[in-house]
Design a binder for this molecule. Structure first.
Ligand code: CO8
Length: 261
C-alpha cells in the first residue's frame, strides 16, 4: 500500500498568494528522507499548478531547517540511498520549481539541508540559524549541489573552508558572506518571510517566474549566454497581458490589476 506522508511537509495559506511549507520531521531535525523529499516535491507540484499561489515560503519545524540527508538511510543502503532515482528526481523537481521560493532558515541548515536552502531564491536566517557542510566529518562531501552552488555564492576560499572543515557558520557570518540576505530575531523570521512573500505574490504570477529564471541564469550560464537568456525572457514577457496592464496602469496613475497571464 502507499502510505500517506502528507504530514512530513505541512502546507498553510497564511496570506493571499502565499503558500507556507514547513518541513515537519522535528524529532529527526527534518533530515531529508526520501519520503520527505517526495512529499515536498508533491507540494510544490500543486503550488506550481495553482494560479492563486505567487510565492512559497519554506521553513522547518523545531530546532532545524533541515539537518541534512538521512544518515541512517545512507548507512543502511549506501550508494543506493544517495543514487536512488526517485530521490534524485525529487531534487530535480524542487530545483525546477518555477515560482519564487523563500527559505526561512529557523535553525540548523546542514549538508543536504543547506543544499535544499540553496535551491531557494531568497534566503533569510534567524539569528539562531547555523550553516555547515559537515559531510567531510562522515567521510563524505556534499553531493546534492553544494560543491557547485556554495562557491558561486560565497566564493571559492570560504566554500572550500566550509566543505573541507565542516565547521559551523553562524547567521551573522552567513550574511556577511552573502549566503543569506537578512538575519532576523527568531520571532521576526516568519513574519518577515511572509511579508516579502506577500510583496512578491501581489505581482504578476506570469512575470515573476520569468524574472526568477533570468536571475538564476546568472549563476548557471556564462555572461553572454545569461544576457541572451535575459533578453529572450524579457521578449517573452511582452506577450503577456500583465505586461501591458502594468504599463497602462502606470500611465493611468492607478494600481495594476494582474491576471497572471
Ligand atoms: N540524518 C538522520 N537523522 C538525523 C540527522 C541526519 N542528517 N541529523 C540528526 N538526526 C537525528 C538524530 O539521529 C537524532 O535522532 P534520535 O533521537 O533518534 O537519535 C535526532 O535527529 C536529534 O539529533 P541529535 O540528538 O544529534 O541532536 P543534537 O542537538 O545533539 O545535535 C546536530 C544536533 C549537531 C545537528 C547533530 O544532529 C548532527 O550532527 N547531525 C548530522 C548533521 C550532518 O552531518 N548532516 C549531513 C548529512 S550528509 C548530507 O546531508 C549530504 C550527503 C550527500 C552526499 C552523500 C554521499 C554518500
Amino acid at each position: 500500500e502507499m502510505p500517506s506522508h502528507d504530514d512530513l511537509v505541512l502546507a498553510e495559506r497564511p496570506a493571499a498568494g502565499v503558500l507556507l511549507l514547513t518541513l515537519n520531521r522535528p524529532e529527526k531535525l527534518n533530515a531529508l528522507s526520501k519520503a520527505l523529499l517526495s512529499t515536498l516535491r508533491d507540494r510544490l507540484a500543486v503550488a506550481e499548478a495553482d494560479g492563486s499561489i505567487g510565492c512559497v515560503v519554506l521553513t522547518g519545524a523545531g530546532r532545524a531547517f533541515a539537518a541534512g540527508a538521512d544518515i541512517h538511510d545512507m548507512l543502511a543502503r549506501g550508494l543506493a540511498s544517495y543514487a536512488d532515482p526517485e530521490r534524485l528526481a525529487s531534487w530535480r523537481a524542487i530545483e525546477a520549481f518555477a515560482k519564487p521560493m523563500i527559505a526561512a532558515i529557523n535553525g540548523y541548515a546542514l549538508g543536504g539541508g543547506l543544499e535544499l536552502a540553496l535551491l531557494c531564491d531568497i534566503l533569510l536566517a534567524s539569528e539562531v540559524a547555523r550553516f555547515a557542510t559537515p559531510e567531510i566529518k562522515l567521510g563524505s562531501f556534499p553531493g546534492d549541489g553544494g560543491t557547485q552552488r556554495l562557491p558561486r555564492l560565497v566564493g571559492q576560499s570560504f566554500a572550500m573552508q566550509m566543505v573541507l572543515t565542516g565547521a559551523m557558520v553562524d547567521a551573522v557570518l552567513a550574511e556577511r558572506k552573502g549566503l543569506v540576505s537578512e538575519v532576523l530575531a527568531a520571532e521576526r523570521l516568519l513574519p518577515r518571510a511572509l511579508e516579502i512573500a506577500g510583496d512578491i505574490a501581489c505581482r504578476s504570477v506570469a512575470i515573476t517566474p520569468l524574472a526568477k529564471r533570468a536571475v538564476r541564469a546568472a549563476a548557471e550560464a556564462p555572461l553572454a549566454e545569461g544576457l541572451a537568456i535575459e533578453h529572450a525572457l524579457v521578449v517573452d514577457s511582452f506577450a503577456t497581458e500583465d505586461r501591458t496592464e502594468g504599463l497602462r496602469a502606470f500611465a493611468e496613475k492607478r494600481e495594476p490589476v494582474f491576471r497572471g497571464r
